[in-house]
Design a protein around this ligand. Structure first.
Ligand SMILES: N[C@@H](CCC(=O)N[C@@H](CS)C(=O)NCC(=O)O)C(=O)O
Length: 212
């Protein structure tokens, strides 16, 4: 049994959808940002970074959404969410996961949380502007890759991660779905029953929240 600590639409989306893909029994524990629960002593004992997600398995907390996603893919090979370990296709799969989390996701953090990086309003405005420009360049490159998935014809958990990040561009002047190949990938992934269950349980739609 897994326990996933989460917040609606947060970085938990990808591990949550992967849990749904595997069919593994799991329970969800909401971390209420409105009450700042992520910064509470109790939660920080699990995740000292005060961020979601955190997965508990066999009593051990594991944090970082990409690490949780990879861990779940490894533990549930029958779900076929990644190419076999040791193959070059697996190497490319790892490349995309790492690129998505340490480059694209980081740029998204600049846009959503400019206040974490810049003290002045002018600094925050500039950071957001630059982040949006850099994200557009990244999305252009990703649009040139997905055919229709990051690994070509083969769907993998990397696509789930990509689509989570695409959703996070929804409030930008040019969201990811304005790129045609990314749009096709988003349509394919969001049509999956596992993705739809995750969205329903988290109470979110592509453009917002269903409640709260
Ligand atoms: N690199 C981390 C980032 C996690 C992260 O930034 N989570 C956000 C939600 S998307 C969060 O918990 N924010 C709480 C806060 O900023 O106070 C991961 O991918 O797990």
């Amino acid at each position: 049994m897994y326990t996933l600590y989460w917040s609606p639409g947060g970085a938990n989306m990808a591990p949550h959808a992967v849990l749904e893909e595997t069919g593994a029994p799991h329970e969800l524990r909401l971390v209420d940002f409105a009450k700042d629960e992520q910064r509470g002593t109790q939660y920080r004992r699990l995740n000292p970074n005060a961020r979601v997600p955190t997965l508990i398995h066999d009593g051990k907390p594991i944090w970082e959404s990409a690490a949780i996603l990879l861990y779940l893919c490894e533990r549930h090979p029958d779900a076929g969410l990644m190419p076999p370990v040791g193959t070059s296709e697996h190497g490319v799969f790892l490349q995309w996961i790492v690129y998505l989390t340490n480059t694209v996701q980081e740029e998204l953090m600049h846009w959503w949380h400019a206040d974490y990086y810049m003290d002045s309003e002018a600094g925050r405005d500039e950071l957001k502007r630059v982040a949006e420009r850099r994200l557009a360049e990244m999305l252009t490159r990703l649009d040139g890759v997905v055919a229709p998935y990051l690994l070509g014809e083969r769907f993998s958990a990397a696509d789930i991660y990509l689509v989570m990040l695409c959703r996070w561009t929804r409030a930008m002047a040019k969201p990811a779905v304005d790129w045609p190949n990314l749009r096709r990938c988003v349509d394919l992934v969001t049509a999956r029953p596992a993705w739809q269950r995750m969205m329903q349980v988290e109470g979110i739609t592509w453009t917002g929240r269903t409640a709260g």
